[in-house]
Write a protein that binds this ligand. Structure first.
Ligand code: AMP
Length: 212
């Protein structure tokens, strides 16, 4: 099964991707997490990408397309994968198609801008393994500590209110038009983000059933 998790920043793509990854035993691939890792490790790609992330802008298409191309050619992707945060532009969607990848479903997580701004202020991420949390919707068992690896939970720098506003503008302008692309391909499954995490998970599974 090859899935795309689509939606604005803060809609819960990472959390749902992780849930689906466990449910279907396929890897979840977050371009954002790969880039943040490269920034931490100060690789040439990380150094080049940092300014875009800091400004809430998209990293150039050719960079992310190469990241995804390499990652999905790895062995653990042969039974499928979940793309979290890719594609984000029409160029990226076309590149994915041209790679010969047959996507089964595109899950579009919909949350209003007002709710996104509220949600992003409570978002946390493990500094070590990148696991996503939210202080209200998806809290860790112990405050500030990752359930999985014991790492420290931090707020992402690009979740500050000013950068969030920029990221939302970028989403509406450059990424949202992709919905039409996947609608035409018959792959778009719309899921309204729910207040409770468990309810969103149920809606996501339901959307996958409908798409079968
Ligand atoms: P995310 O973790 O998905 O919210 O991504 C964080 C940031 O990484 C974005 O605001 C972009 O700067 C960059 N990024 C992640 N995925 C992509 C993509 N597919 N295309 C361009 N930039 C991306």
């Amino acid at each position: 099964m090859k899935l795309i998790l689509f939606g604005p920043p803060g809609a819960g793509k990472g959390t749902q991707a992780e849930f689906l990854s466990q449910t279907f035993s396929i890897p979840s691939i977050s371009t954002g997490a790969i880039i943040r890792n490269a920034i931490r490790e100060k690789t040439p790609m990380g150094i080049a990408a940092e300014k875009y992330i800091d400004e809430g802008q998209l990293v150039p298409d050719e960079v992310v397309i190469e990241i995804v191309k390499e990652r999905i050619s790895e062995d653990d992707c042969k039974n499928g994968y979940i793309l979290d945060g890719f594609p984000r532009t029409l160029n990226q969607a076309v590149a994915l198609k041209n790679m010969g990848e047959k996507i089964d479903h595109v899950i579009d997580l919909e949350v209003s801008d007002e709710d996104l701004i509220k949600r992003l202020s409570g978002r946390r991420e493990c500094k070590s393994c990148g696991a996503p949390y939210h202080i209200k919707y998806n809290p860790p068992k112990v405050d500030g500590v990752c359930d999985k690896c014991g790492g420290t939970l931090i707020s992402r720098e690009d979740d500050d209110p000013e950068t969030v506003r920029k990221r939302l503008v970028v989403y509406h302008k450059q990424t949202e038009p992709l919905k039409e692309f996947y609608k035409k391909e018959g792959l778009l499954r719309i899921v309204k983000g729910q207040e409770e995490l468990a309810d969103t998970k149920k809606e996501v599974l339901k959307a996958l059933e409908v798409g079968k």
